[in-house]
Design a protein around this ligand. Structure first.
Ligand code: MRU
Length: 344
């Protein structure tokens, strides 16, 4: 596989003094990069979902901290200003733990290098970025090994290069299957209401010449009943100590359906997605987004009788998952075996 192939779609580009963010709200109609020179801008890019996907959010936030240091160092109050920016970045979205993991690493780098913050923070952010790509390449191989032959798969949301430092988690496994000649078919859910599947996943796969078939979310049960898929492969936003998995709303429904139909469920996620301090998925904060993402405009007036409930993640219990794939290895049946073996 060539380097160019690995990097065919890039959500984030670091220039040394600015961060270019591919505006994923505009895909697939427009490929437009916005350039940010401060942390406040990066926080807004995360909040508004110009950049989205757990690992990509963490990487973007890390570069946001670098931009903060470039902006404020060596003003007398630079340290306080950077801390305030880190807090703004942390408040941008609540569910994906990769954001908080990346900010913790940046805080550590700052604490260890108070005299040369810009160089130390840049090095750490670039390391977070390149480690994520390397983790995805490893997960792609581990995931394809577990599947172990030809497979037709269904994926949900976008857990691809667009959501990571490159190659993708779930889409990394799908790419690796494709490269091995073992991907017989890939279906993608639309992923309402934001349409990550319809707007991002099928587009991203097509960029790499991988044919994909889009289905309405509500067609998933019938797809499984028809015997058309072997595996569901998804990413994750947070995996707790007992192996519960928070991911895009609709993942839980897929896992319940998979049990009924004898379909296997794979979660592919780097170690930065694990929250070992959180015992179970019951404790995960599930982001609620604006009703505007769901409701037709005519219902948005103040006295409307029609409202919306818009949780954008759900939690799949560990016992519904066949395999959790990470760069460090694979846990089969996490509901029985737990995920402690992945702790370092
Ligand atoms: O709301 P989003 O688009 O940020 O949600 C993304 C997901 O749920 C992904 O499946 C998850 O972050 C894994 S991305 C490798």
């Amino acid at each position: 596989m060539t380097q160019a192939k690995q990097l065919s779609v890039q959500a984030l580009q670091w220039s040394g003094h600015s961060l270019k963010v591919l505006d994923q709200r505009l895909l697939p109609q427009q490929i437009c990069y916005d350039e940010y020179q401060d942390a406040e801008g990066v926080a807004e890019a995360i909040r508004s979902m110009r950049v989205r996907g757990a690992p990509a959010i963490g990487i973007a936030a890390a570069y946001g901290v670098v931009l903060s240091a470039i902006q404020h160092y060596p003003n007398p109050d630079w340290h306080t200003a950077v801390k305030i920016d880190i807090d703004h970045l942390a408040a941008s979205r609540p569910t994906a733990v990769n954001l908080f993991w990346a900010l913790d690493r940046m805080r550590e780098a700052l604490a260890l290098n108070p005299d040369q913050p810009i160089a130390a923070l840049t090095k750490t952010a670039q390391q977070i970025h390149s480690d994520d790509l390397a983790a995805n390449l490893a997960m792609g191989e581990h995931g394809a090994d577990i599947i172990g032959g030809n497979a037709a798969v269904l994926t949900h949301c976008n857990a691809g290069a667009l959501a990571t430092g490159g190659y993708g988690t779930a889409l990394g496994v799908i790419r690796s299957l494709h490269h091995r000649g073992q991907l017989t078919k890939v279906y993608a859910d639309e992923t309402r209401p934001w349409l990550q599947g319809a707007r991002l996943t099928v587009w991203e796969l097509a960029q790499d010449g991988i044919p994909a078939t889009l289905i309405a979310d509500s067609a998933a049960a019938w797809l499984m009943k028809s015997g058309k898929i072997d595996w569901i492969i998804v990413g994750a936003d947070r995996i707790t100590a007992n192996g519960d998995v928070a991911n895009k709303i609709g993942t839980y429904s897929l896992a319940v359906l998979a049990k009924q139909h004898g379909v296997k469920v794979m979660v592919a996620a780097p170690s930065s997605t694990f929250d070992f301090a959180m015992p179970t998925g019951d404790h995960i904060e599930i982001e609620q987004r604006t009703a505007k993402e769901l409701l037709p405009e005519c219902y948005l007036e103040a006295n409307s009788l029609v409202t919306a409930w818009n949780p954008v993640f759900d939690v799949t219990p560990a016992e519904l998952i066949t395999a959790i794939v990470t760069e460090r290895g694979v846990v089969l049946n996490p509901g029985q075996n737990g995920v402690k073996s992945l702790m370092s």
